[in-house]
Design a protein around this ligand. Structure first.
Ligand code: ZN
Length: 233
């Protein structure tokens, strides 16, 4: 991890965001370390771009479970656990501005798709962007996350062409997958974790993402858990 070094004589502390990144990257690491696929080209993280973010984004969810916070989110000077009132405030803040963030992201993802559906490049990029946003009923008070002229991410190469949506799609997967533990009433349910290890963390690209996800979850992903995580329902 490339966390900031502490000042001389001070302990190295992580913000909640940094701890989240640690859990995210550790999820990618587990996807590699638990791989049980023989062929390297199909093993570990060698999976589709949206599916590869499932093991990482999913792992972030355990950071704020009561058990993990009680064990690890402790004051470095006294060893005291994080007070329940602070945990409640943290959780309440997680959906702050989420409607705004959802609209600014979705606008960029939909405009990205609209551009890539054109067989002839629009002569006036800004006018095309405006007419697409008008068609979507984009609120005037919210700007796109990425305006087209600087959106190199979606226009620089094959990788993310018409693929900006995949960040939100990965979130559909991670929220829906974590909800399986909610349904089991245990964030550490052994049976659910066993299926997760077998069909997701160790399976690489040995079968299609649809098959693997269905084997883990018993069905394809649904967006409800993501909407709930974002505080939108
Ligand atoms: Zn990632």
């Amino acid at each position: 991890m490339n966390f900031a070094r502490p000042a001389d004589g001070r302990p190295a502390l992580l913000s909640l965001d940094e701890a989240k990144t640690l859990f995210h990257e550790f999820g990618h690491a587990l996807h590699g370390m638990l791989s049980a696929v023989v062929w390297p080209s199909l093993a570990g993280t060698a999976v589709a771009r949206d599916f590869v973010e499932l093991p990482s984004q999913l792992f972030e969810h355990w950071l704020t479970t009561p058990q993990v916070l009680a064990a690890h989110a402790r004051r470095q000077d006294t060893g005291e656990s994080m007070p329940a009132a602070l945990i409640d405030k943290l959780k309440a803040a997680q959906t702050f501005d989420s409607g705004f963030a959802t609209v600014e992201f979705a606008a960029s993802a939909l405009v990205d798709m609209a551009f890539h559906r054109q067989t002839d490049p629009p002569a006036d990029v800004v006018a095309f962007e405006k007419s697409t946003l008008d068609g979507l009923g984009m609120p005037a008070s919210i700007a796109m996350r990425h305006r087209t002229p600087h959106f190199a991410h979606a226009f620089a190469g094959e990788g993310y062409s018409a693929g900006y949506y995949s960040y939100m799609w990965s979130e559909v997967l991670d929220a829906d997958a974590f909800a399986a533990f909610g349904e089991a009433n245990d964030h550490f349910d052994v049976e659910t974790a066993g299926r997760l290890a077998r069909y997701i963390y160790s399976a690489g690209d040995s079968a299609s993402p649809e098959e693997l996800y269905t084997a883990f979850r018993g069905r394809l992903p649904e967006p409800g858990a993501m909407m709930e995580k974002r505080g939108l329902i």
